[in-house]
Design a protein around this ligand. Structure first.
Ligand SMILES: CC(C)(COP(=O)(O)OP(=O)(O)OC[C@H]1O[C@@H](n2cnc3c(N)ncnc32)[C@H](O)[C@@H]1OP(=O)(O)O)[C@@H](O)C(=O)NCCC(=O)NCCS
Length: 135
């Protein structure tokens, strides 16, 4: 059963402006540990790919926050929602901490798709209820 859907479009130029204003602190607020390592590695080699990586993560997390119906409200936090990749390249949501506990207790499963082109990054997320709530 579909629990919720969420979508988000992110202006890559706004992410670039936030990075210019706040430096790494902006990325450290939005990205989970694993993502931060990937972002640093990509940014060092190809600054534009680092920027796009950050913009797609930003939009994916916002789309997920809408699909679960919470927005950016506890237990949803930027850093507890990680966007990882399967070997095939498909993005997957990996949760941590209180958000993971809450999500699993509700019996939920997320499906994510992300895209970007020139100045925009966009994401679509579907959250499915796979089992009844645990006691
Ligand atoms: C959801 C959220 C992350 C989107 O913020 P944003 O990037 O500024 O705005 P976007 O244009 O991407 O999305 C806005 C749309 O998200 C949707 N949205 C808002 N809250 C939502 C929620 N809890 N669940 C799902 N979707 C939500 C609405 O459709 C909204 O459009 P609308 O304002 O025309 O009704 C942000 O609004 C949020 O964190 N909301 C929860 C906290 C909150 O609402 N605090 C103030 C309470 S008064």
């Amino acid at each position: 059963m579909i629990y919720g859907i969420g979508t988000d479009i992110c202006d890559v130029r706004r992410i670039a402006a936030s990075l210019a204003r706040h430096g790494d602190r902006f990325a450290e607020k939005v990205l989970a540990e694993g993502e931060l390592a990937t972002w640093r590695e990509r940014s060092a080699r190809w600054p534009d790919r680092g920027l796009r990586y950050l913009a797609t993560r930003f939009s994916a997390k916002e789309a997920f926050s809408k699909a679960i119906g919470l927005g950016m409200r506890m237990p949803m936090t930027w850093r507890h929602c990680e966007v990882a990749k399967l070997r095939s390249g498909q993005p997957v949501i990996v949760l941590h901490g209180a958000l993971k506990e809450w999500f699993e207790a509700q019996g939920l499963q997320a499906h994510l798709s992300v895209t970007d082109e020139t100045d925009y990054a966009a994401s679509f997320c579907v959250v499915e209820k796979i089992q009844t709530k645990l006691p």
